[in-house]
Design a protein around this ligand. Structure first.
Ligand code: GN1
Ligand code: MG
Length: 363
């Protein structure tokens, strides 16, 4: 705790630190809520950046500054319509950088904490789903006039299914943790769908869908809500880089329209909730619909299947590799996560024509 206080002291903050407590359920970085007094002073979110994954921390921070700068400027000066929406800010360190590199080699950063905000791992109502859709739609609308190529590709090929499949097949072959034999069904599940899952990649190569500034980690718990359950911000900007909007829509549906947790052990509890899907899509298209092209809109329903497949594939690959990437809570956690994703994908396959019909009606 004292160490964490010392880290916070490296940044230019208001108030005096009252407490530093672990925050959230992210699988990559370590996050802490820093509360301060007096009450009028801002609270903060302190994060230790996983620099094994984000190896270029200055590049990462630079991307975040570019995007938050652009969004902040548009919200304040040009987009009065989204008056309740806020953009999180990186707090400068006393060195002048927007991160702090400690003597142990760790990289830290500090964001302001959006006052009175909260997030949800699970979406309980269509009202929340609608608001989540609006939030990511606003984020994308505000960044839609940015040159995507001005951002550094922080994790190259992050949602590239071809390279994810190469990594997966290599893990199956090398089988470093000797786990491949127990998961033959899951391996077959991946392989039978691998061809159709290249659709978005192909559309990109053909120039039918543009590269845009995308968030790339639109888990529902990355939306912040106020006390009235209105979405007021989106967080976790680490993976903001050039991408396809379909990644963001699909990943949000994967977590925001499922009846079960991402790592649900009882697969009978995992299904796509069509009402949540409809509500999220409505909120999203109300805000993002203005700039999407017809091919992007046409593939929204498919993108939910795609991102559920891709994240399931990544969990399964990490399981095969002996859990080296994602934090796990217990042995077999990544396999359980992958199984829950594949169960959700089955449910989406079952309801696919209804999903498409919903998008057609709204779009
Ligand atoms: C990771 O750190 P977190 O929990 O926001 C991952 C995402 C996955 C997600 C699955 C940099 O996100 O891509 O969708 O887990 N982030 C990275 O829950 O790999
Ligand atoms: Mg993240």
């Amino acid at each position: 705790m004292n160490d964490l206080n010392n880290i916070v002291a490296q940044f230019i903050t208001e108030g005096r630190v009252e407490s530093v407590e672990p925050l959230g359920s992210g699988h990559i970085n370590d996050s802490y809520l820093v509360t301060t007094f007096p009450e009028s002073a801002s609270d903060y979110v302190l994060q230790r950046i996983n620099h094994g994954i984000f190896t270029n921390v200055p590049g990462l921070i630079d991307n975040i500054l570019k995007v938050t700068g652009h969004l902040g400027e548009k919200l304040v000066y040009r987009h009065a319509g989204y008056s309740t929406f806020q953009v999180i800010r990186l707090i400068p360190a006393k060195t002048g950088h927007h991160y702090f590199h400690d003597s142990g080699g760790n990289y830290w950063r500090l964001y302001n904490h959006v006052r009175g905000s909260r997030s949800f791992d699970k979406v309980a109502t269509t009202g929340l789903a609608y608001e989540g859709g609006r939030a990511f739609g606003i984020f994308q609308s505000l960044s839609s006039d940015m040159d995507a190529r001005s951002l550094f590709e922080i994790l190259p090929d992050f949602h590239n299914v071809a390279s994810r499949l190469v990594q997966f097949r290599e893990a199956v072959l090398l089988d470093p943790a000797v786990r491949a034999e127990e998961i033959e069904n899951e391996i077959a599940f991946v392989e039978t769908r691998s061809h159709e899952m290249h659709a978005i990649l192909r559309l990109g190569e053909l120039g039918k869908i543009p590269l845009r500034v995308t968030h790339n980690d639109t888990k529902f718990n990355n939306v912040l809500f106020n006390a009235n359950n209105r979405a007021i911000s989106v967080v976790d900007l680490d993976t903001v880089m050039p991408g396809y909007v379909l990644f963001d829509f699909g990943d949000a549906i994967r977590t925001g329209a499922s009846t079960g947790a991402e790592d649900e052990g009882d697969l009978s509890l995992v299904n796509l909730d069509l009402n949540l899907f409809e509500a999220y899509s409505r909120g999203y298209l109300e805000t993002a619909g203005k700039f999407l092209n017809t091919v992007e809109t046409m593939y929204l329903a498919f993108s939910a299947k795609f991102m559920t497949y891709l994240i399931g594939l990544r969990f399964l690959t990490d399981h095969l590799n002996g859990d080296r990437y994602y934090k796990i809570g217990f042995p077999g956690h990544n396999l359980q996560r992958a199984r829950a994703q594949f169960r959700l994908l089955l449910s989406m396959e079952e309801h696919f024509s209804e999903m498409q019909e919903i998008i057609r009606k709204i779009g």
